[in-house]
Design a protein around this ligand. Structure first.
Ligand code: ZN
Length: 162
């Protein structure tokens, strides 16, 4: 944990949080959780999509799914970590710390979207709560079926409904 965020915790630690909860929070990765991702992956496979990869290190933000030919990056955003307006909440304990951390994640999300759009890569961000319903996969199909974006055609960023 970086110093700037740690400074927001009383005594610089999670002393006020039960150890079990602290461990559990630490175990959840910043980008959605494992189960959501595995399920989302299964939905893409079931819908017949091919040619994508996961967490490519050479694409900004390391999207959860990336279609190199279509230049489409998909992020499944964890509702807690990315501050979902519907189900995100700031824990009462160490709320200043969590609010800062979530705000930082959201700022980073915006920067990643900007960077990808500059590279003419379409971005689809799906809230974790929407990713549970296979309907989000239709959005992938709609973007992939659209005309190629190379050569100055409109850039898009889609976001699932909150
Ligand atoms: Zn949500």
């Amino acid at each position: 944990m970086e110093a700037r965020l740690r400074a927001l915790l009383p005594g610089g630690t999670f002393s006020g949080v039960a150890a079990e909860r602290s461990r559990r929070m630490a175990a959840v990765r910043g980008k959605g959780n494992y189960t959501t991702e595995v399920r989302a992956r299964a939905m893409l496979v079931a819908a017949g999509f091919r040619g994508w990869c996961m967490h490519p290190t050479d694409v900004d933000g390391r999207p959860d799914f990336y279609f190199p030919l279509e230049r489409l990056a998909i992020f499944i955003d964890g509702c807690f970590w990315h501050g979902c307006p519907r189900c995100g909440h700031v824990p009462k304990t160490n709320s200043v710390f969590w609010a800062a951390k979530i705000a930082r994640n959201r700022a980073r999300d915006r920067n990643v979207v900007r960077a990808l759009r500059r590279q003419d890569i379409a971005v689809l961000r799906i809230w974790e709560h929407d990713a549970r319903d296979p309907a989000w996969v239709h959005q992938v199909g709609a973007i992939r079926c659209a005309p190629a974006r190379r050569g100055g055609s409109p850039r898009r960023t889609a976001r699932s409904q909150a």
